[in-house]
Design a protein around this ligand. Structure first.
Ligand code: ZN
Length: 302
């Protein structure tokens, strides 16, 4: 299985259009030891010709143009992108679907609750249903495995709620366990990747299967719990946003210290997180603990 990181940043990207934090400012002025990042987006493929997107970021159109494997070939309308797996109904995970609206056949996998938010509450997504068999919406459930081609997916429920824009009445009709999914993906040859871009806490029960993964892509949003408040003088705590920070005695670096996974990669990184700065102490700590920091354009063989 080939995994392409099309975008490694959390929502807002790096730099974020309206952020004047010192990291965004230094990146703009060319004095930052790191690169710009687009918003979190992966593409995976077993054979290198047919691709599945994991979520659909607001930056998807430019991410596709930056990735020759995803360019159309042969016919006038064609795409190597065959399917999209959606793991939450956030703007950052679904907005890119609207960039895929040019009559391209596409299988879109999501839980029943997420499908109801997209298809019953947001009429814009009907743009994907203008001709027969344009989008084929496929319902998935936590803990029920499914396959796309030769790739096997095991979705599981992660702690976290539905987005703030979902109306209270609708929210009361939805299954909380279907709000946010993590994915375990297995290739034909048995290679395994765990995809956990938004994690509020590390469950003890995960340890066994995390140890058996070849690659872990894990929530790298914040370095500290109070990062947004400290850097921007206001905002939510990391835990209030459903993200376990990396540092500290209860952070993800400590919680995942002894997992056996071959490659551990922080992904979905907020522009305020000091691990983006390759000259920082935080970056040195992460690397010393055996972790990598995801970058746009990174290719991972699983
Ligand atoms: Zn910033």
């Amino acid at each position: 299985m080939l995994v392409k990181v099309l975008g490694a940043a959390a929502g807002g990207a790096f730099p974020q259009w309206n952020c004047a934090c010192q990291q965004c400012q230094r990146l703009r002025s060319g004095t930052f030891a790191g690169k710009p990042l687009t918003q979190a987006q992966l593409a995976i493929s077993e054979d290198g010709t047919s691709w599945t997107l994991l979520n659909a970021s607001p930056d998807l159109r430019i991410q596709i143009e930056a990735t020759p494997q995803l360019w159309p070939t042969g016919q006038s309308l064609h795409s190597p992108i065959q399917s999209v797996v959606i793991t939450a109904a956030e703007a950052d995970t679904v907005a890119g679907l609207l960039s895929l609206r040019e009559f391209q056949p596409l299988d879109i996998y999501a839980t029943r609750s997420v499908l109801r938010i997209l298809r019953e509450d947001n009429s814009l997504f009907a743009l994907l249903d203008r001709v027969p068999r344009q989008a084929v919406w496929k319902e998935i459930q936590p803990d029920v495995a499914f396959s796309i081609g030769e790739l096997k997916f095991k979705p599981f429920s992660l702690p976290g709620g539905f987005p703030g824009f979902v109306r209270p009445q609708r929210r009361s009709e939805l299954e909380a366990s279907e709000a946010v999914l993590g994915l375990l993906i297995e290739s034909r040859s048995g290679g395994r990747m765990a995809y956990l871009p938004g994690v509020a806490r590390v469950e003890e029960s995960w340890r066994e299967w995390l140890d058996e993964c070849d690659v872990l892509l894990f929530d790298g949003t914040f370095w500290t719990e109070d990062e947004l408040c400290r850097v921007r003088g206001g905002g939510n705590q990391a835990s209030e946003m459903g993200h376990l920070p990396l540092s500290g005695p209860c952070g993800s670096l400590a919680a995942l210290l002894d997992i056996q996974c071959e490659r551990k990669i922080f992904f979905h990184i907020n522009n305020t997180n000091p691990i983006l700065d390759e000259s920082s102490q935080a970056y040195a700590e992460v690397r010393a603990a055996g972790w990598e920091v995801a970058r746009d354009g990174m290719e991972i063989a699983v």
